[in-house]
Design a protein around this ligand. Structure first.
Ligand code: CO
Length: 137
């Protein structure tokens, strides 16, 4: 079941400066920010809570990962919307049967959560991520 936006992600070139911008905008404390390195995706990700959802700031690690490529192609800006998907394998199967295209298999993302991305071609050029709400260890 999908019933919530888990986070909205923004690609940034300088994570620390972007964290400052968004904690100032939201009026929250830096201690609320969770930072994860995800070497498999070649990113450093900061999650800033906003009520039930979060803003994710993505900074490239190195210059050949997906976020580095996104920045060099499009510059900073909105990168993806993540939907909380209870039973992510079943939801991935369901949306695949509707004609959407998962980019790879369900795998481990930031914070050890199960995630999968869907090709933006079937979702009006918006990259969509499904994320299992609870961490699996
Ligand atoms: Co994300």
């Amino acid at each position: 079941m999908i019933n919530r936006i888990d986070h909205i992600a923004i690609a940034v070139s300088d994570l620390d400066s972007a964290i400052d911008t968004f904690i100032n905008l939201l009026g929250c404390d830096r201690s609320a920010v969770a930072i994860h390195e995800v070497p498999s995706e070649k990113v450093r990700a900061a999650f800033i809570p906003v009520g039930q959802t979060k803003i994710e700031l993505l900074e490239p690690l190195g210059d050949d990962g997906p976020i580095a490529k996104f920045l060099s192609r499009s510059g900073e800006g909105m990168h993806h919307i993540a939907l909380a998907a209870d039973g992510i394998e079943n939801e991935t199967e369901r949306v695949t049967s509707l004609g959407l295209t998962p980019l790879g298999k369900v795998s481990e993302g930031a914070g050890g959560k199960k995630i999968v991305f869907l090709h933006p071609r079937q979702t009006n050029r918006v990259l969509v991520e499904l994320v299992e709400p609870k961490a699996h260890h």
